[in-house]
Design a protein around this ligand. Sequence first.
Ligand code: PMP
Length: 389
Amino acid sequence: MKDRKLLMIPGPIEFSPSVLAAMSLPTTSHVAPDFIETFGRALDGLCDVFLAKKSMPFVVAGSGTLAMDMAAANVVEPGDGALVINTGYFSDRFAAILRRYGATVTEVKAPSLGDAPSIEAVRSAIESSKCKLITITHVDTSTGVRAPVADYANAARKQGALVVVDGVCSIGGEELRQDEWGIDIALTASQKAIGVPPGLALLAASERALEKHKSRKTPVQNYYCDWAEWRPIMEAYRARKPGYFGTPPVNLVGSLAVSIGEILNEGMDKRVQRHRHLSNAFKAGISALGLKQLPQHRDLQAATLTAAYYPGGSENGLLKEILSEGVIVAGGLHPEIKTKYFRIGHMGAVTRSDILATLGAIERSLIRTGHKATPGSASAAAEKVFAGS
Ligand code: PMP
């Protein structure tokens, strides 16, 4: 029997064999010529993944929260007005980070959990708050809600506000066009749809964001995050020259270069379509099992994960049963309903077989925990979606 479990949580995800192989190469010097080339390639490629040819990429050791911290630390000064478009737990986190740097934060909240604020509500909040910056959580991993980033960004740009997008659970799996949509800072972490083990904070900053940093009246209140330190390093590696501020995580950067190569080889449009298709199939299976999803409308449903309520309102041993079937899924995260739902990630190297295996594991586990489900109904619904392609 194979004892390896299938990891289907919304990050970290399962990684491709070549990405994992790159992690195990002998660690080299961060100023060795081959590493300079690798880092330069990863930085160039990151701009292609973010569709941000005009932006400055930053890759530093840390998690997604550090990328959020870096964004706020560099472009927020005490007293600046910031508007957080709140679709869940990670929007709450952005509000907390912005406040830590002295911003006056206004929030425009989704009318209820599983929803997103209307464009009208966002527009009027931008106008009335006179904010200098807005943040958008592209996919809030606590709710599975995907926000209409392009529309929100457009409204903010009309008021001259900087647009910051937390793309930790979206970039590499959902459509995000940084330059075209006028996003000033897009950020993510390595462990989700970018397809690299945890440990890298990834960010791209527009000329406007870099200008805002340059024209600050007060110093950046975070030594490690200051773009004044990191920008020359990123520019050096992109020019295929060495640089040093903090030691880069050499093996992770090697993995990143491999993964970005794979992502660009697949092509951004195709990759987004594949994620959507697999997600549609998975969600069809979840609906066939009678499970209700958190996002209230179909067009709010993220392609990178599925968040579904437990039948009967409680967990009732379901996750343990799914684990005994060899699949790891995640419990709830949003504090208001944490015990009432669970989450399944489907990003990156995920395949049709993974989707079917996970649906089968959920279906059998539901039946064993006393719920009504027709054996094979979930996979039949998913296969129907696959057959339609
Ligand atoms: N934002 C979103 C949308 C996330 O999903 C996460 C992680 N789940 C974070 C931010 C924080 O990232 P990290 O856990 O890597 O610090």
